[in-house]
Design a protein around this ligand. Structure first.
Ligand code: FAD
Length: 404
């Protein structure tokens, strides 16, 4: 791709910022809100040439517009059928028609939030790599947008990149030989696309059962899960707290986080009760392999299907952090609340126990408070120019910081 392919309104990306936030979903916007509240200003907008210039931040987001993952959720996911969306910090959601599509309501709410609060999200910009600056003086955030790439020298990072861009596809023998269609939750648009088909629906989470119910009205469905799903009558705050505590413990030990839902189980909503009555929620143990015409069940029977619909979840989208080598021996990232253990410059918000709208809100606040404490302590420790306000003062030691 060359420069002529660049979008006409290619965003201005600063070369330095005290804090870089990656992602502008619920988690990134919560962080941005608290950064602004604590007096940081968007990088590039800071007055220069004065001694006590305010600290700066930038929010980079890969999307073309506001909303984070809500921009991509299927149209039939209505405000009445989402799990409960917490307000972004400080601004209530406007009164919402429960029948309205979340894909319409939430991106509009996020967009108003960004502009009303002047959060100055820079998009579309994808962060490819985050590296340590020489002598550990900060971080280098390498970004790109069609036809352009560059680097931001930062003192701290909040990675709030969610999971939507990292769908998890398990592997089953013969998968590549399948002649039908395979799709993931992240690809799903509408049930009509599967009308008349025989569909193997895989997965035991909320998305799996909601979409199984939905497509069962227009397709013949076969439901496969590895384990018997746990059904609950209701899901109170105690169960929520227990589930979050369990995921928190896992990430403190450096284990991969489980989704909070996988710990909490499923609720029989009225529509799922109706689906059960129609015989749709008849769960089969996971098939053993895939053949060109369908799947081979655990009993060894061939079951012809036209499509396999993988509702098998998502993983944290953290590939851009690979150069930092954060993985613990347990396969996850060892966390100390929002901070990566032993890495005071690096925080993950919306990860593990904070991978929910309420969790993201709290984690954004906590990450900002800790980062500001860290920056102040660093300023005290280091004499000027290192200790001076602003990441720009640290550029000399961080190598290439110029946008190419
Ligand atoms: P996202 O909304 O995914 O935002 C991440 C942002 O980071 C995106 O804009 C993305 O483009 C950007 N990004 C990613 N990588 C990069 C990169 N390298 N460079 C630049 N930008 C990048 N939670 C609830 O509390 N209530 C619900 O009802 C609910 N329903 C859900 C339904 C589904 C189908 C799913 C999958 C999840 C649901 N969740 C729900 C969990 C939900 O995803 C989170 O609560 C929350 O929306 C996630 O916000 P986030 O900011 O962490 O991630």
């Amino acid at each position: 791709m060359n420069l002529t392919d660049a979008p006409r309104s290619a965003p201005d990306v600063p070369e330095t910022a005290d804090v870089v936030v990656i992602g502008a979903g619920q988690a990134g916007l919560s962080a941005a809100y608290h950064l602004r509240r604590r007096g940081l200003v968007p990088a590039g907008a800071a007055p220069s040439g004065i001694d006590e210039a305010p600290r700066t931040y930038v929010v980079l987001d890969a999307e073309d517009g506001p909303g984070g993952a809500w921009r991509h959720r299927w149209r039939s996911l209505r405000m009445a059928t989402v799990n409960g969306i917490y307000d972004l910090p400080g601004v209530e959601q406007p009164g919402v028609d429960p029948e309205a599509a979340s894909v319409d309501v939430l991106p509009a709410y996020f967009g108003d939030y960004e502009s009303d609060l002047g959060l100055a999200v820079v998009r579309p910009v994808r962060v490819r790599r985050v590296e340590r600056a020489a002598d550990d003086a900060g971080l280098l955030v390498r970004w790109e947008v069609a036809g352009r790439s560059g680097v931001i020298a930062a003192r701290a990072l909040i990675s709030a990149t969610g999971t939507w861009t990292k769908p998890f596809w398990p592997y089953y023998p013969g998968q590549e030989s399948f002649r039908g269609r395979q799709l993931h939750t992240a690809d799903y648009v509408r049930a009509e696309d599967l009308a008349g088909a025989r569909v193997a629906v895989v997965g035991g989470g909320i998305s799996a059962v909601q979409l199984l119910d939905e497509i069962s009205h227009v397709a013949e469905t076969f439901w496969f899960t590895r384990r018997e799903p746990v059904w609950r009558k209701e899901f109170g705050p105690d169960e929520g707290s227990r589930a979050v505590a369990m995921v928190d413990q896992r990430v403190r030990e450096g284990l991969p986080p489980q989704s909070v839902v996988s710990v909490t189980g499923l609720i029989r909503t009225p529509s799922l009760r109706a689906a059960a009555e129609r015989g749709v929620l008849k769960r089969r143990p996971m098939f053993s392999r895939i053949v060109p015409e369908g799947v081979v069940t655990a009993d060894g029977d061939a079951l012809p299907v036209d499509a396999i619909f993988w509702n098998t979840g998502f993983r944290a989208a953290l590939d851009h952090l690979r150069p930092l080598r954060l993985r613990a021996p347990g396969g996850g990232i060892r966390m100390d609340a929002t901070q990566v253990a032993g890495e005071p410059r690096v925080h993950l918000v919306g990860y593990g126990p904070s991978a929910s709208t309420v969790g993201a809100n709290r984690a954004g606040r906590e990450a900002v408070a800790r980062i500001l404490r860290f920056l102040s302590a660093e300023d005290e420790r280091l004499p000027a120019p290192h200790g001076a306000r602003g990441a720009g003062s640290r550029r000399g030691s961080s190598g290439d910081v110029r946008a190419r």
